[in-house]
Write a protein that binds this ligand. Structure first.
Ligand code: PMV
Length: 334
């Protein structure tokens, strides 16, 4: 038997970092996916085949007729810890824990870009392996197991990434609970800086600032929580779509400023954010942990101009759509 499952990337629209302090956040699945195929193997081992996963920083050099790949495989290796923990957790949940499993992975999601590639690979692996083992897990349960994988591999995590990857669509998330928000098409452009920050280190850095000066950092986190509440009201409210985009754009700009105040922006991220705004985006901000990774812009009728501006500023633009689907079982072959 062979099972293929897929799970989407995500962007955090509002509330990264403050979500770690129990404040709400809003995130959405986007239309880039990771595919995982699982099958039993004869020996009792876990085998992982990662043939096509998008890792950043691929460097290729040419000399006469030879091509040399000078890539950093560190990021790819990191992905494997999520896959391994995901398989082990599912094996623990089932009564066939001695079985060997082979998984093969292909992914459209750039690794280490802050788009939730680790959560997507964990969710798709749990989806495929649990079905192989005959477990009937709901997307919510898969999301919870994905959160456990993140806690095991990276120490701290709010759980928002595996939740949105498993559930799909738009979610409002707080303290491990989520609710779906009404689906809304958002004209987005994601801009990738080409480098990545360490979520673990950035979360620890914010924690240190908070502990050193709670009276300064506390109000910033509170304000982030409030703006998420306001964004939720706008999304669920009765305004026309143009007014909604205008208000959401302004809230994105406030959220970016507050993230910058926490120290998680970089020169490159801010350059991409300003390039997008100058090119007509209604709002632009970091998405995810910062320190590199991605920003996103809300750019109704200006997506291609904003994408060009991001490119000129040295980033990699991706015009993306929100994905309604979370975890999907693509194929079961008996
Ligand atoms: O690094 P990302 O894109 O997965 O974003 C993590 C979001 C944080 O709020 C910074 C951390 C968390 O666990 O929620």
């Amino acid at each position: 038997m062979r099972v293929t499952a897929s799970a989407p990337a995500k962007i955090i629209l509002f509330g990264e970092h403050s979500v770690v302090y129990g404040k709400p956040a809003i995130a959405a699945a986007i239309d880039l996916r990771t595919y995982v195929t699982a099958r039993f193997n004869e020996n009792r081992r876990i085998k992982i085949e990662a043939r096509d996963i998008k890792t950043p920083g691929l460097i290729v050099s040419f000399s006469e007729n030879e091509i040399y790949f000078e890539s950093d495989y560190g990021k790819a290796a990191e992905v494997l810890s999520y896959v391994r923990q995901a398989i082990e957790l599912v094996r623990e949940e089932s009564d066939r824990s001695g079985k060997g499993v082979t998984v093969s992975i292909t992914s459209q999601i750039p690794v280490g870009a802050g788009l939730g590639s680790s959560a997507a690979v964990a969710v798709a692996t749990i989806g495929a392996v649990s079905r192989l083992f005959g477990l009937e897990l709901s997307p919510e349960e898969v999301g919870k197991l994905g959160h456990r994988v993140e806690l095991l591999v990276q120490g701290a995590s709010s759980g928002i990434d595996p939740t949105v990857s498993a559930i799909g669509g738009f979610i409002h998330y707080q303290n491990g609970s989520f609710e779906h928000l009404p689906f809304m098409e958002l004209p987005l452009v994601v801009g990738y800086t080409g480098s990545s920050g360490s979520t673990k280190e950035l979360v620890a850095m914010v924690r240190e600032s908070y502990e050193d000066m709670p009276e300064v950092i506390g109000p910033i986190l509170n304000s982030m929580g409030m703006l998420v509440g306001k964004a939720k009201d706008v999304i669920t409210g009765e305004h026309g779509v143009d007014l909604k985009f205008g208000l959401l754009g302004r809230l994105m700009n406030v959220n970016h400023g507050l993230l910058d105040a926490l120290g998680v922006s970089t020169k490159k991220l801010s350059e991409l954010v300003y390039a997008a705004r100058v090119a007509g985006a209604l709002g632009a901000k970091i998405t995810g942990a910062g320190g590199g990774g991605c920003m996103y812009a809300l750019a109704p009728k200006r997506q291609s101009e904003v994408a060009t501006a991001i490119k000129i500023a040295g980033g990699t633009p991706m015009i993306t759509r929100i994905s309604r689907d979370g975890l999907r079982i693509e194929e079961v072959e008996r």
